[in-house]
Unconditional design. Structure first.
Length: 120
């Protein structure tokens, strides 16, 4: 019985280390546009809802209404995300470029810019 205790401890330590190690899939961009929209929604809920509201509906007028963001101004969106603007913090280094792309696709899906990217 005593021989099993060190072996069991080794298995537990190895399992804990493996659970903490990042997986390559966690950093990779999702494959399909629908997957990116879903990922964008998760990111939006985590980072953006506090100011921009649930489903882009802000409770007050203090924050930019993303429902009015022009679909042809992705460069401005990305720049605002990276560098910040007025009360909005800069997210570069916190939100990865492919995650910013996913946020753009999510906002577009809520606004109806790209019906094909909407999750089914």
């Amino acid at each position: 019985m005593r021989r099993w205790i060190p072996a069991a401890a080794l298995v537990l330590i190895a399992g804990a280390a493996a659970a903490q190690a990042p997986t390559p899939a966690a950093d990779a961009a999702p494959a399909s546009a629908a997957d990116q929209v879903l990922n964008g929604r998760r990111l939006y809920v985590s980072y953006c809802t506090r100011c921009h509201g649930v489903n882009l509906v802000s409770a007050g007028g203090a924050f930019f209404d993303l429902r009015t963001f022009p679909s042809d101004d992705k460069e401005r969106f990305m720049r605002s995300m990276k560098e910040g603007k007025r009360a909005m913090p800069a997210w570069e280094g916190i939100i990865k470029p492919h995650e910013m792309e996913a946020l753009w696709l999510y906002i577009g899906s809520v606004n109806g810019w790209n019906e094909a990217a909407k999750p089914k």
